[in-house]
Design a protein around this ligand. Structure first.
Ligand SMILES: [Zn+2]
Length: 234
């Protein structure tokens, strides 16, 4: 019994499993990268919206200021036509209130200006981060895309290799291999070294061991059922 081709087949299959895992996982890694880039861009957009809101608030406050200024001018004009002391005092009181309101609004405008400066730096910082994130992650993404292409080629080559190997193996053996491959999640073959099945670690009986070494027939592991072969370690 020549196990060489069967071992090659098993090796090719194991590689195909490994490579397929990578090919399967890379798209979700790429997706994570896209989300990260997207989120850094959103941070910039949010900060820019904050700035727009801040500017709108300031414009409103400045419009309020103008309205009050006009109102005060009106009051002052009215002072000239006042008849009574009560009316006079009441009007002065209104003017006073309006001027206090102006001070209040001016303070608010100042506050909003400080906030605007902060948002301005936030935008710059967020833009810097977004730029760096995009630069770094685009490289990672490209290499994942390239890797998937390369792995796919490797996988196709392994399929071809399997097609070449398979005819060299007796059909009953290859059928057995395929059955075990399905059942054992990819590992149908187990080398025996130092008297043990290397997959399930059970000790092989001496008589079976002798049979293995002569390679005259197919022997399955009594415990895990895989095809055993003698691995000459010398
Ligand atoms: Zn076993």
């Amino acid at each position: 019994m020549d196990f060489k081709s069967l071992i090659k087949l098993q090796n090719a299959d194991e590689l195909i499993i490994k490579i397929s895992e990578i090919i399967k996982n890379n798209p979700s890694k790429i997706n994570t990268i896209d989300n990260e880039i997207e989120s850094s861009i959103e941070t910039v957009a949010t900060a820019k919206q904050d700035l727009a809101d801040n500017q709108k608030k300031r414009r409103n406050l400045e419009a309020n200021l103008q309205d009050i200024d006009i109102q005060i001018e009106k009051y002052k004009h009215q002072l000239n036509n006042i008849k009574t002391n009560i009316e006079y005092r009441s009007l002065l009181k209104e003017i006073d209130n309006a001027q206090n309101k102006i001070k209040e609004i001016e303070e608010q405008i100042l506050e909003e200006m400080l906030i605007s400066d902060e948002i301005g730096s936030e935008i710059k910082e967020a833009e810097k981060i977004a730029e760096a994130t995009k630069r770094k992650l685009t490289i990672e993404k490209d290499s994942l895309i390239q890797e998937n292409k390369k792995r796919e080629e490797e996988r196709q080559n392994l399929y071809k290799e399997k097609e070449n190997i398979s005819p060299l193996i007796p059909s009953n053996l290859i059928n057995l291999y395929n059955d075990l491959f399905e059942k054992n999640i990819g590992i149908a073959l187990s080398p025996v070294t130092d008297d043990f099945c290397s997959i399930c670690q059970i000790r092989i009986r001496p008589q079976v061991l002798n049979e293995l070494i002569t390679e005259e027939k197919i022997i399955l592991c009594e415990n895990c059922g895989r095809i055993l072969y003698w691995k000459n370690t010398s």
